[in-house]
Design a protein around this ligand. Sequence first.
Ligand SMILES: *Cc1c(COP(=O)(O)O)cnc(C)c1O
Length: 542
Amino acid sequence: MRYFSTRGGGDTLSFEEAVLTGLAPNGGLYIPERIPQLPANWRSEWKSYTFQELSVAVLSLFISSEEISQAELKSLVEKSYSTFRHPDVTPLKQLGSATYILELFHGPTYAFKDVALQLLGNLFEFFLLRRNAQKGQGAKPEQLTVVGATSGDTGSAAIYGLRNKANISIFILHPKGRVSPIQEAQMTTVTDANVHNIAVKGTFDDCQDIVKALFADKVFNDAYRLGAVNSINWARILAQTVYYFLAYFHIHSQLTETTDFEIQYVVPTGNFGDILAGYYAKQMGLPMGKLVVATNANDILARFWKSGRYEKIDSTAIVDASDPTTPANGASDGKQTSGGVKETYSPAMDILVSSNFERLLWYLANESAEGSNEKDRRQHACAMVDDWMRKVKQDGRMEVPPAVLAAARRDFVAEKVTDDLTLKTIKSYFEGTPSYIADPHTAIGLAAAQIVAPENSANTRQIILSTAHPAKFSEAVSRALEQSAQFNFERDVLPEEFRALSSKEKRIIDVERPEVELVKRVIMQHMDIKNTTPLQEKGSSI
Ligand SMILES: *Cc1c(COP(=O)(O)O)cnc(C)c1O
């Protein structure tokens, strides 16, 4: 299987090259040449597979065995999911006659990103070890320096994915004192030698600007082989397809009735990675109804499905600039920050544009692409995507033709959920039977599920993907349940592991001012290269 960029150009890449490259040089995202179809006997063959066995079965459809053998893939998968606390890895829980929760937060950092990042870290290590083993004696080994910025919720998943991995160092910047104590402790108590937490005196935007500047600095980037583990990496999408299958089999094995029903997966969405994995599962042949895109007040996706316009700022909202009490964009929830992103109770979904959406756009474009053969149509689709993304970059908006919107509506519905409804939903599920404490991201999925639930639910089963443990987002959960006398955060939500974090050793590097040069110096010192040493020449590219 080969991969190409959604914006075309260049040669196709192997799985290894696509994973190590991340973002294509022309700004595009890598997608497989074709979406493999499920083997004819998948239902009978896979039905009692464990998460790990399903993972090998699904992943090997996208990875040539010459690149990673079945035995190697099996060992990578087993290593990756041995860090999960639940034997099912992603267990399915029933909440109502037609409502299920797919819990994706049983990994080391209690959030769904672990599912992908545990595997990604092992893939990086596997590829680098193999490349270095093939080099002659005395040759300089290939190394990777992963750099990223976090506002708290997602940095720890990257750190846990890469801790203690050979040939890889990770530097994660966070705004000092501006991440929650639990999230800070989750990151800074990882004391492996290759993990570096940098606390920058500044804001999250400062951290992000520094990281962008580091990547843009070609000399520095080449010398240290900067790498990112952001959500556009193809391996992350692929790893996430597996739980759609697991949930499908789980729900079918539980049911004794013979009535036919349709599964509706509901996915709290930010960068469109989690739900895109569901789209791939669907295209491979996994039976399901429309996928439900659930967004918070940062609703660029919900607006797209309503209008066909993909625009950073809602152009239809009436903003009265003279009235400071009128929130921009008609937002009744979420503080508007300077960058236009609204701060909500579900911060891991606070985005302006949705990076993985470009991959879906490519498939939609391909349906209406013209050309007498597949290659020409593919090129035409790439050209359309390139044009759309150029418009988004230049004008902050673009609009797709009606046929493309119709294609999008065939496989998806989208709903926006306000902060207010998020809190109400947490409360109502806590008070329900069985009582369930949802984190605010999961609550957005639960609320959207209710909005789109068909009147006659006898033929539908809803599976809501739960993306975080409620203890990770204590502020929203506590606020939602503050009136509930029976609720006690410490007793009902806080896991033992979180309690233990506060007494663990921490390692933090303080950077006194939000300046690129200061962060550069930290990276150089820790990579054991003295400031005075001229930057090394570029190695073979990854
Ligand atoms: C990242 C994240 C999401 C959004 O996932 P996408 O793949 O970006 O759509 C939702 N919830 C939590 C808790 C997350 O960390």
